[in-house]
Design a binder for this molecule. Structure first.
Ligand code: ZN
Ligand code: ZN
Length: 209
């Protein structure tokens, strides 16, 4: 599996382009802003982008969705609980940034029992609400795309309308901290980390598992 990470926009949202080298089937995770670098990666590697995968429905993860969908005809997938974020600027919080971001409905939903396939790569959906109701992490091989659930020594904000700190923390301990310590964690903002490093060093999770 190939993974390229680019930090997009003023909020530094991490967008990931991932693909299967054999089939060149690809997904773009969280294209938060329009950025030519993402388009170039797709074109230069001749990728067949099958999916745009959204870890949750906040605007800083959605801003490049329409452009990439238009270019590639990829299917937009999001967890059902955040599906209304796409079309509602109040729900995707773009109103807070003085914008009104309203997108087309999703093409399908991310579900825990339905892995996403890219060639031979199977991507497992792990529902981790708390930052938003429909927050998910995506597990592919030895990499976990953790969205705004788990960051390097931090966690996602829970002070938005549908945030819940206890739900977020218990999801991390029950569903993420059971993964291998060596599992790489590629978050929605900031530097990469590992499950083992977060167990040792994340101050929000101290004494919780
Ligand atoms: Zn968010
Ligand atoms: Zn974010």
């Amino acid at each position: 599996m190939e993974v390229i990470k680019k930090s997009l926009g003023q909020m530094g949202t991490n967008c990931y382009v991932i693909w299967d080298e054999k089939s060149l089937e690809a997904a773009v995770i969280d294209p938060g802003f329009e950025d030519q670098r993402i388009i170039d990666i797709i074109k230069e590697n001749k990728l067949n982008v099958k999916y745009i995968l959204l870890t949750h429905g906040h605007f800083d993860h959605l801003g490049g969705v329409a452009q990439i969908k238009q270019l590639t005809d990829a299917k937009v997938l999001i967890h059902e609980n955040d599906a209304d974020c796409l079309g509602e600027s109040r729900r995707n919080l773009s109103v807070l940034a003085g914008m009104s971001m309203e997108l087309e409905p999703a093409d399908g939903f991310l579900k825990e029992d339905e892995p996403i396939m890219l060639g031979d790569i199977s991507i497992r959906v792990i529902h981790t609400p708390g930052h938003s109701k429909g927050g998910v992490c995506l597990l592919a091989g030895d990499v976990l795309f953790s969205g705004d659930t788990l960051f390097n020594t931090s966690i996602g904000r829970t002070d938005f309308a549908d945030g819940d700190l206890n739900e977020l923390l218990s999801g991390i301990t029950a569903k993420l901290f059971i993964l291998d310590d060596s599992m790489k964690v590629l978050p929605g903002h900031g530097d990469n980390t590992t499950i083992g490093y977060e167990k040792m060093n994340n101050p929000f999770l101290k004494g919780r598992f």
